[in-house]
Design a protein around this ligand. Structure first.
Ligand SMILES: Cc1ncc(C[n+]2csc(CCOP(=O)(O)OP(=O)(O)O)c2C)c(N)n1
Length: 677
């Protein structure tokens, strides 16, 4: 390949990523992004050796790999915007790409065994194809990759593992997480390879050539370890490194600068001008492209509930007219379960943060453990902000090892500590399933009550932000019905602080605390709310159940039952139904999902005769299905009609109109209420 073409591709990646960061704040892109600034030489040098039959499996930082593979910048921009012309029609967003033999996914580690399996298949088929898996240094914390290395070596699988060691994972420097050496990890499995400390694409090209050829010839795995630098933030605006350090990287290690010395001034200017123009054109074309329609959700979108009544679309929140506000009582509902200490005017995220600080201050047994918890970053959603500054020895930053960190936290809990583990996205609850189901939830019972595991696992869940299929889910149902663990959902109708502290101080059983991302910025419900009055009751395990009614409204004829953020949708629907349709509901908001306790729900349905259960997990076999089964078993004969609203049984797309179609909405609740009445 003509060497100047390397410069062209590196410029394409560079200008693409710069424009992404520049335009992100304007709101044209959805979800998130991880730019490849500074690492351009790696993708270009490696991908240049691949043939049509070869496979690339990339990760969250995949734009550079995609563009080096020949991917279309317009399709990539469009994917980041959630447009129909995107690489995956807007379903995946930045981290979930597939075109020809290029694949990427945003869950660390999991791609490594998959790429290995693909290479195995190519070997079995004798296609001559090999696979290349790109992974970051932080991903070396995921245990599952070692299982893949072992099998790849044992079974002689033709896969090249390319580790891009940019020396930092999100905000955590490699020194805090890597024991031994990167090369040693491969040596342990008998995998040959080479390490390279360079930002010159020609060096990468030569080394990659040797190892791609070796993998092809020997039909065995190899490793290429590229020591490199990330020039941009991890995602956008979240760089915790000192500005001078980043400026020095640009100065000394810029692969474009290094290569451009080989070009004449004219050659360089011409390539740069062409690529800049190409990227600008691609961006503008993508901007003009259309969003997909809900009808384009495809095979898995067939059961999506599309609201039919246009009169009910996208109404703003309305406050009730005076007739419904007559007879308004002074706030009497907050019999405990209201707001925690000093919570006037705070948001859900602040309330949770206060809980953690109080817990650390009040009890030396409390430890926080998880990824990127240290200040100044303070956790991906800032729930732990300030904790490591105040309690430096009791906030433990971990590698990207969900199963490992939860296992360690469980061990700490069994030996007398009170750990709070954070799983950065609820989607990664899948990675801890074995730890939770086969270990943590079972120990106490199995060991004849001789041990307890007082571990709290906190995790943000939910969609609505365009994060796409693997960062938007509400997967708590995976743990519902598992004996031995409490699953508890934060609500802004009570005190998240008190809820978290109750989960911690009960000091008996493991708890998974579900925190919907869209709740974080919401202010806590005030007992003096002008429209709603609130009643609080408690489960046997001491978790609150809230019932909300419209002040001064006629008796309710419909129960809305919802937890987490779905309860906020239900609250808005309640206002619309009352104001526009004169349909009066009461809203029951449990916080304890597992073990499932239905007393308050039954009481409500016995009063109203009708129920809609709303949740953000997928519909089939969800929490709502269990609740309705219990109502059917126990509330008859007073039960007249029931219905469920949930996320459709479809992956959650990144594209805004598609995501909106899949997730539960205020309009869907209103429409369903009208339908069943
Ligand atoms: C299983 C899992 N845990 C956590 C995350 C959140 N996350 C996304 S990227 C990232 C850092 C990855 O670091 P590294 O592997 O070094 O790659 P880099 O970002 O430096 O390219 C983290 C923690 C994730 N996507 N998947």
């Amino acid at each position: 390949m003509e060497a100047n073409h390397f410069y062209r591709l590196m410029c394409r990646i560079r200008f693409f990523e710069e424009l992404v960061l520049e335009k992100f704040p304007s709101g044209v892109f959805v979800g998130t992004t991880h730019t490849y600034l500074g690492q351009e030489a790696n993708a270009v040098g490696v991908v240049a050796h691949l043939r049509a039959e070869d496979i690339i499996f990339s990760n969250h930082r995949g734009h550079g790999h995609f563009l080096a593979f020949g991917g279309d910048p317009r399709a990539l921009f469009a994917e980041l915007m959630g447009k129909r012309s995107g690489v995956c029609g807007g379903r995946g967003g930045s981290q979930h790409l597939h075109w020809r033999n290029f694949y990427s996914n945003g869950v660390q580690g999991g791609i490594v065994p998959i790429a290995t399996g693909m290479a195995f298949a190519e070997k079995i088929k004798r296609s001559g194809g090999i696979a290349v898996a790109f992974l970051g240094d932080g991903t070396l914390g995921e245990g599952v990759i070692y299982e893949a290395f072992n099998m790849a070596s044992k079974w002689n699988i033709p896969v090249l593992y390319v580790v891009e060691n940019n020396r930092i994972a999100q905000t955590t420097p490699i020194e805090l997480t890597l024991a031994g050496t990167i090369a040693g990890r491969f040596q342990a499995f008998g995998i040959a390879g080479e390490e390279l400390e360079t930002c010159d694409v020609l060096d990468v090209y030569q080394a990659a050539g040797r190892w791609v050829a070796q993998v092809r010839e020997t039909q065995s795995p190899a490793a290429l370890i590229l020591h490199t630098y990330r020039f941009g933030p991890h995602s956008k605006g979240d760089d915790t490194r000192p500005a001078e350090e980043v400026a020095r990287l640009w100065e000394v290690f810029d692969p474009l600068k290094v290569f451009s010395r080989r070009l004449s001034a004219q050659e360089r200017a011409a390539i740069e001008a062409e690529e800049r123009e190409r990227i600008q054109q691609a961006f503008e074309a993508a901007l003009r492209d259309e969003y997909p329609l809900p009808s384009e959700l495809g095979r898995l979108g067939e059961n999506v509930l599309v609201p039919t009544s246009s009169s009910l679309m996208s109404g703003d929140i309305l406050t009730l007219g005076p007739s419904f506000n007559e007879g308004r009582k002074q706030a009497s509902g907050a019999a405990g379960g209201g707001k925690g200490i000093g919570e006037n005017g705070v948001t859900v995220v602040h309330s949770l943060n206060r809980a953690l600080r109080r817990a650390l201050a009040e009890n030396e047994r409390v430890y926080l453990i998880g990824q990127d918890l240290l200040d100044p970053y303070g956790g991906a959603f800032k729930v732990t902000q300030g904790c490591s500054t105040e309690f430096p020895n009791r906030v433990i930053p971990t590698p990207i090892s969900e199963a490992g960190l939860v296992g360690i936290a469980a061990g700490m809990a069994m030996r007398g500590l009170l750990p709070v583990a954070e799983i950065m996205f609820g989607d990664f609850l899948t990675l801890i399933a074995d730890q939770v189901i086969n270990h943590i939830a079972k120990f106490r019972w199995t060991y004849g009550e001789a041990v307890k595991v007082p571990l709290v696992i906190r995790t943000p869940v939910g969609g609505g932000r365009g994060y796409g299929p693997t960062h938007s889910q509400s997967l708590e149902k995976l743990y519902l019905g598992v004996p031995g663990i409490h699953v508890v959902a934060v609500t802004h109708f009570g005190s998240p602080q008190d809820l978290l502290l109750h989960a911690l101080w009960q000091d008996e059983d493991p708890v998974i605390l579900i925190e919907h991302k869209s709740l974080y910025p919401l202010p806590l419900f005030e007992a003096s709310d002008p429209d709603f009055e609130r009643e609080v009751d408690w489960t046997a395990l001491g978790y609150p159940v809230y019932t909300l009614r419209l002040r001064g409204a006629p008796p309710p004829i419909l129960s809305l039952i919802a937890y987490g953020y779905a309860a906020e949708l239900a609250r808005k629907a309640m206002l619309q139904l009352a104001y526009r349709e004169e349909i009066f509901c009461e809203l029951v908001v449990p916080t304890q999902l597992n073990p499932c306790e239905s007393k308050k729900l039954l009481e409500s349905v016995r009063r109203t005769g009708r129920a809609i259960v709303i949740e953000e997990g997928t519909l089939t076999l969800g929490w709502g299905a269990e609740v309705l089964a219990r109502l059917a078993e126990q509330a008859l004969p007073s039960l007249l009609r029931v219905a469920r609203i949930a996320t459709a049984d479809c992956p959650i797309p990144a594209s805004p109109p598609l995501e909106k179609a899949v997730l539960p909405s205020v309009e869907a609740i209103v429409q369903k209420a009208i339908d069943i009445l």
